[in-house]
Design a protein around this ligand. Structure first.
Ligand code: ZN
Length: 138
């Protein structure tokens, strides 16, 4: 996805999630966390050992997370461009519930890997595609 389209959709159709991300970004910035760029997104590294989440073009990940986590979150940012106001019901809430269910039941054995469900697999695919594309553009 081109930068222009990404920002256009993030700040129109995807504005509900982008606005929430902006509020979180301002909050963590006021707490002294600096950001850098991952693709088209602003990345904030906060804490350790918890993974990451994103709200539109704002990515929040643990300091110990590999680059691939940030690109996966970038993929959710692209999903926000597609799904817009439906993002919260299609991806955000199911993803958060699933994350916490698994996190609170770490001793359980799950039949499916975390990334197997469609919205996680799609986020990884979109993020990695973007990563490859930006790598080539440089
Ligand atoms: Zn995810």
């Amino acid at each position: 996805m081109r930068a222009f389209l990404f920002y256009l959709l993030s700040f129109t159709w995807g504005l509900p999630i982008t606005a929430a991300g902006f509020i979180c970004a301002v909050f963590v910035r006021l707490c002294g966390v600096r950001s850098d760029r991952v693709g088209y997104c602003r990345r904030f590294r906060v804490g350790r050992g918890w993974g990451g989440f994103s709200l539109g073009p704002f990515v929040f990940v643990g300091e110990d997370e590999p680059e691939s986590t940030a690109w996966h979150e970038h993929g959710h940012g692209i999903q926000n461009c597609f799904f817009g106001p439906f993002m919260i019901f299609l991806v955000s809430i199911p993803s958060a519930v699933r994350y916490w269910y698994r996190r609170l039941n770490e001793n359980k054995r799950f039949r499916h890997a975390y990334g197997d469900i469609w919205f996680e697999a799609q986020a990884t695919r979109l993020g990695e595609k973007q990563r490859g594309r930006i790598g080539r553009d440089k």
